[in-house]
Design a protein around this ligand. Structure first.
Ligand SMILES: Nc1ncnc2c1ncn2[C@@H]1O[C@H](COP(=O)(O)OP(=O)(O)O)[C@@H](O)[C@H]1O
Ligand SMILES: C=C(OP(=O)(O)O)C(=O)O
Ligand SMILES: [Ca+2]
Ligand SMILES: [Mn+2]
Length: 657
């Protein structure tokens, strides 16, 4: 007998437990002890036993009458083409052939030399060490497999008490917009927005190829790489196939959650991707390379339809990098790409929530009384709105079960929890802990939200809500906007950046970001604005400006508007009651503000009421108005839409003082 660590005694041999506290000892007739009280396994050895544990995944779907070129292939041919496609993705551009790729974990397939698809090719003489080795590909692994990979091989990966996978993103805990570069060639030179205010910092094709080679060589030097083949955009007519090659299980699980997950049948017929990301993560760029100003480089090549990530493991770069690509590809098809959340009421009324990071897109679109279409990236086409992604990326700082129950409950098995702090023993997460970063995040598939709208598409929006987190505390909690005002504020894209999401921002700071997403747009802001104006007008959508920021003073003296009140304001927009409310016009900004909103103290609706120092309020209001005016100077030479009328109205829709 031996103590089992709980102070209890376990019986090792010759006896069985039979209900609590009742121990029977049996002796067989020949004196040898047998435990034959239960059925036994059908295995002679441990290896045999282990081989019973895992069964083959369901066989591939039988070929139906579908018209895809892959449908007529045998399973073997299809597998071969899939490996060839991955090998081509991973090919160096300076060597003749791609790497020898083999599917599966190298720890489980030690004798790979006999299973490569190169076996029919006449033997060649290896010209480099890299052509002697295999690149093991972990292809579209399941969350459970990715958990195992992360926990076995990636330091800093843990299962938290809610079942989520906690991980660290390394030195970078936010995006690095100053390290994002776009290849300027004959086409993009004319098509894209360059220069002041533009997020597109130029690089040349040659430098891109240098960085691409660096990433590919790094990835091929690893024991194994993760490859995700997935989709973007729930609108079936405008879906984009993406391939993400990465070094970490964390990155693979993140993209599994954030992109649209293919069915087994869709995966079999995937073919070649429309766009590929090479994420070399921690492996830096070389600062002796032309254009490189730090160890981090995020490089976009639209002609090659490729992106290279060097020197950052922050997973948000991949998600937002693909968003930039959509901001280029979709407008070419007359589809508007939107940095917005989106949800739908029981009656089919759709609302968009525009806003920069930290303004409340995720929080407010995740509404228990409405269907969630998506929290961050959408397309608005001739026919519908559609989510670009298959998951949500919520901030976790100070997350509470009571205030945000749906997000809280979405943090479970399968969810990636980035940079959170948890108890070393019971693994309970402390969402208030900022020891690693303020920008703690949870990435989960959209179906983890119980009232997600699947597929994530909806009819034309009825309300367009512009969220601004005003750190000055002078914008009203809600205003109803004219079309021209909506465009003015859309182009301005004002907010206060909340600490942490972008590198180097330690406290809220006033910022203007055109289209509420200047870091991601590829064309001039007025192109997107013109499309939005045209769509809003045609479908009779109403614009609103909602301040989710400070009230009763600026950051430091006032307080952030209670989420509870913002939710009531949003409810009143959705249910139509705010459209018919009584309004008054605010000074300077000329914003129509309601006198009353159900469930919200009326005094806060006009910010001046809750500032104790009225003079300070007036000064701050004028200061902010000045910042708006300065910012808009760069747009005064552009025309929006076809005639001049809208342009003139927009120019008159800003603050007057
Ligand atoms: N009045 C408010 N409205 C919206 N969010 C608020 C409010 N007060 C505090 N918050 C917090 O601000 C953060 C908003 O972030 P999030 O919804 O992730 O923004 P986004 O998705 O636009 O980046 C959340 O952590 C939320 O809990
Ligand atoms: C992932 C991001 O988006 P958001 O903060 O808007 O959720 C980001 O800006 O890095
Ligand atoms: Ca929160
Ligand atoms: Mn968000």
């Amino acid at each position: 007998m031996a103590a089992n660590g709980n102070g209890n005694v376990a019986i090792e041999n010759g006896s069985v437990r039979n209900g609590p506290g009742k121990i029977q000892t049996q002796k067989s007739h020949n004196g040898i002890c047998h435990d034959d009280s239960g059925p036994t396994v059908k295995a002679q050895t441990i290896d045999e036993l282990h081989s019973l544990q895992q069964k083959k995944s369901a066989p591939s779907t039988p070929v139906t009458g579908s018209q895809t070129p892959f449908a007529t292939l045998s399973d073997q041919e299809r597998q071969k083409m899939q490996l060839q496609s991955i090998s081509a993705s991973l090919a160096s551009l300076t060597r003749e052939t791609g790497p020898k790729v083999v599917k599966g974990d190298p720890a489980k397939n030690p004798k790979v030399a006999h299973v490569t698809h190169h076996q029919h090719v006449a033997p060649t003489i290896a010209v480099s060490d890299s052509s002697l080795k295999f690149t093991h590909v972990l292809y579209n692994l399941s969350p459970a497999e990715l958990y195992e990979q992360a926990i076995k091989y990636e330091k800093g990966s843990f299962i938290t008490s809610n079942g989520a996978m906690a991980t660290l993103s390394g030195a970078k805990t936010g995006r690095s917009p100053r390290d994002k570069r776009v290849v300027k060639d004959d086409v993009t030179e004319n098509e894209l927005w360059w220069g002041k205010g533009s997020p597109n910092i130029e690089m040349d094709e040659q430098t891109f190829l240098v960085n691409r080679e660096r990433a590919v060589d790094y990835l091929n030097s690893l024991d194994k790489v993760f490859v995700n083949d997935q989709f973007l955009n729930w609108d079936p007519e405008n879906q984009i196939k993406v391939r993400i090659v990465s070094a970490r299980a964390y990155h693979s699980l993140f993209m599994h959650n954030m992109c649209i997950r293919p069915t087994p049948e869709e995966l079999e017929n995937f073919g070649t991707p429309d766009f590929t990301i090479y994420n070399a993560g921690q492996f830096p760029c070389n600062r002796f390379t032309h254009y490189m100003t730090s160890s981090t480089s995020i490089d976009l090549n639209l002609a090659r339809r490729e992106m290279v990530i060097l020197g950052t493991q922050y997973a948000g770069e991949m998600k937002k990098g693909l968003f930039s690509v959509m901001h280029y590809l979709m407008p070419k098809r007359q589809i508007l790409s939107l940095h917005s959340g989106c949800n739908m009421g029981k009656d089919g009324d759709v609302a968009l929530f525009f806003g920069l990071s930290g303004t409340g897109k995720t929080t407010l679109s995740t509404d228990h009384n409405r269907y969630l279409i998506g929290d961050d990236e959408h397309c608005w086409s001739e026919n519908c709105v559609s989510n670009i992604e298959g998951g949500c990326y919520a901030k976790c700082i100070d997350l509470s079960r009571e205030k945000e129950p749906d997000i809280w409950n979405a943090i479970r098995f399968g969810t990636v929890l980035e940079n959170v702090v948890f108890d070393e023993h019971n693994r309970e997460v402390d969402y208030s802990d900022k020891s690693v970063t303020e920008n703690t995040r949870a990435a989960y598939p959209i179906e983890f939200i119980p009232n997600a709208k699947l597929p994530c598409v909806g009819p034309h929006p009825k309300n367009v809500i512009l969220l601004a987190c005003d750190a000055f505390g002078v914008l009203p909690p809600v205003s109803k906007l004219s079309l021209a005002q909506t465009m003015y504020h859309f182009i301005s894209g004002y907010t206060a950046l909340v600490a942490g999401t972008e590198d180097g921002i330690k406290e809220p700071q006033a910022t203007f970001s055109a289209c509420f997403g200047a870091a991601f747009i590829m064309l001039h802001p007025t192109k997107y604005a013109a499309m939005l104006a045209e769509k809003m007008e045609r479908h009779g959508a109403t614009g609103w400006l909602v301040n989710t920021g400070w009230s009763g003073g600026s950051y430091g003296s006032g307080n952030r508007i209670k989420l509870q009140y913002t939710r009531k304001i949003i409810d009143a927009i959705h249910n139509g009651s705010l459209l018919d409310a009584e309004y008054k016009k605010s000074e300077i900004f000329g914003l129509e503000t309601p006198i009353e909103v159900e469930g919200v103290p009326s005094e806060i609706l006009d910010p001046v009421n809750v500032w104790s120092d009225k003079e300070a309020y007036n000064e701050t209001l004028l200061k902010l108005a000045g910042l708006f005016k300065n910012n808009f100077e760069t747009f005064t030479n552009y025309r929006i839409g076809n005639g001049d009328t809208l342009t003139e109205e927009i120019l008159a829709a800003g603050p007057i003082f």
